[in-house]
Design a protein around this ligand. Structure first.
Ligand code: GLN
Length: 543
């Protein structure tokens, strides 16, 4: 029978609950256990596809095309299994499913209520995901005390009641703030957060305290007394320079032993060799490169979470420290390209909307003309095609119909119909609702032989994840190809362009998909590795 670990958060949001959850997963997985992770989000949106990244951070895309919370990205980077649409549920999804059942008459005349119908639905989702695994880690989004998360907390309380203490573990992540003025740390917010949890019937078994310095014995015993948590079950989660150190940090404090004892899990001591190697490389770089990332959401770097991590992973694989200079595309428009001159590589990430387009195009022109390694991802690739069409192929009006529906030269446009690798016909048109109407999830791409792209992947067919509406207009590409912007990847039916590279450039690649979603610290993505290698080369040549 699967065992459950429920992870809640207290005091403030953004405590790194997701990373704690993912690190616990990594630790237990390295002990030989089969683990799965899932997250419940208390908001009403069905998924985060339509949410502003400035509010919620990046939208992570799963292999099966879910537009999920960014914590699922952490999960995939820490554990071996892939997440799916069933690893992330929102209040909106749960209610939608309950209402559907009510309409079908499944509740046989009963009054549909939060308890038991909503809480039963939540439990059913957990049980379904736990099947076949030794341990199911369930993260409850939000902060204890919020009205929105109550049904989820009630559901996990019921799980303890039904499955018993030996099969369930409550782990509460909390904050111990430090007051500089009085030079003391404060335990009161944690006491109150646990009090709140206990008032709804949940006594945490383990407390993970986020703080700046490890807990002293005195503070630990005080927290224990007020929260009713055993002293040895109170863990210090100090700030770390790199999140990939956390599995080891948890192990050093005996968290795996605590969990295994509580849940009577049969496993070996964790083998953290691969994580130690990641940390060794991360801490001892032999080279340093600077990447200029020209985007729209540069003030809130969580918007590019997977991308930041993928660059870091490539750096780890190559023992190179990657420094990212986030440049606001609009600022570049007004201030000029001066800041790009210190970069060893330029990257234009994915995005939506026209804002900052000119700045991004300026950066692309500079990369193309000055032979600076350039990586364009999704919108970044679309803009690279527009830039080339306008400035090299003599198509000054080249544009995307996303920015100008009536452009005379729609080099990027909506493709209304295409066949997927499974033989399914997909359709899309202007005016479709925004939620879930994009080309989403992993799709097959055939690589053109004798290309840099083929050398990088060393494969004929790849599967990469998508999240976009618009495509490169195939009809207009031959003119660009004849001038050296080559199509190097296409969908299986040949109708959609997946990747381009510039023939006469040391490293200028654009891809319509998002390779950052599948990069992990232990297995850096080949495209990012090759890109970082090219930036190292550029640095050597230009210093
Ligand atoms: N806005 C573009 C599109 O919808 C690119 C999307 C993206 O970069 N993820 O096609």
């Amino acid at each position: 029978m699967p065992k459950y670990i429920f992870i809640t958060g207290g005091v403030v949001s953004s405590l790194g609950k997701g990373i704690t959850c993912a690190s616990m997963g990594a630790l237990l997985e390295s002990s030989g256990l089969k683990v799965n992770l899932m997250k419940f989000d208390p908001y009403i949106n069905i998924d985060c596809g339509t949410m502003n990244p400035l509010q919620h951070g990046e939208v992570f895309v799963t292999e099966d095309g879910a537009e999920a919370d960014l914590d699922l990205g952490h999960y995939e980077r820490f554990v071996q299994i892939k997440m799916s649409k069933d690893n992330n549920f929102t209040t909106g999804c749960i209610y939608a499913d309950v209402i559907k059942k009510e309409r079908l008459g499944d509740y046989l005349g009963a009054t549909a209520q939060v308890i038991p119908h909503i809480t039963d639905e939540i439990q059913a989702k957990m049980k379904q995901q736990a099947e076949g695994f030794d341990v199911m880690l369930v993260e409850v989004g939000g902060t204890v005390g919020d009205i929105e998360s109550l049904p989820f907390l009630e559901a996990i309380r019921q799980m303890r009641l039904v499955l018993g203490i030996k099969n369930t573990l409550f782990l509460h992540v909390t904050l111990i703030p430090y007051l500089k003025v009085t030079n003391e740390i404060k335990t009161k917010p944690t006491q109150h957060s646990v009090k709140e949890l206990r008032s709804i019937g949940i006594q945490p078994d383990i407390l993970m305290c986020r703080l700046q310095r490890p807990l002293s014995q005195v503070v630990r015993s005080k927290i224990s007394l007020f929260t009713n948590v055993q002293q040895e079950n109170i863990i210090s989660l100090v700030d770390v320079a790199c999140i990939y150190a956390i599995p080891e940090l948890l192990h050093q404090q005996g968290v795996d032993a605590l969990v295994c004892q509580h849940l009577s899990l049969n496993c070996h001591a964790p083998d953290l060799a691969a994580w130690k190697k990641v940390m060794r490389n991360q801490e001892n770089p032999t080279e340093m490169v600077q990447i200029a990332m020209v985007g729209k959401y540069v003030d809130y770097v969580d918007c590019y979470k997977s991308l930041n991590e993928a660059l870091l992973h490539a750096g780890i694989a190559r023992s190179t420290r990657v420094v990212i200079d986030y440049i606001c595309a609009e600022q570049l428009e007004s201030e000029g390209i001066g800041r790009l001159k210190s970069a060893h590589g330029i990257l234009v990430p994915g995005g939506f909307g026209e804002r900052g387009m000119c700045g991004k195009l300026m950066a692309i022109t500079y990369a193309r003309e000055q032979n600076v390694p350039f990586f364009g991802i999704c919108l970044g690739m679309q803009l690279a095609v527009i830039e080339f069409a306008r400035h090299v192929a003599g198509m000054p009006e080249a544009n995307s119909t996303e920015f100008n529906q009536d452009t005379a030269c729609p080099i990027i446009a909506l493709v209304s119909e295409w066949q997927t690798q499974y033989g399914k016909l997909e359709r899309r048109q202007q005016g479709d609702p925004l939620g879930g109407s994009m080309r989403l999830g992993a799709q097959a791409c055939h690589i053109t032989p004798d290309t840099k792209f083929m050398k990088i992947y060393n494969k004929k067919t790849i599967f990469e994840r998508h999240r976009h509406r618009y495509e490169v207009n195939k009809a207009l590409m031959p003119a660009l190809e004849s001038l050296g912007l080559r199509v190097v990847g296409s969908s299986t039916d040949g109708s959609l362009i997946e990747a381009i590279e510039m023939v006469k450039h040391p490293w200028f690649i654009g891809c319509q998909f998002h390779p950052e979603f599948t990069s992990t610290p232990r297995h850096a993505h080949p495209l990012f590795k090759s890109y970082i290698q090219a930036t190292e080369h550029y640095k050597r040549e230009h210093s």
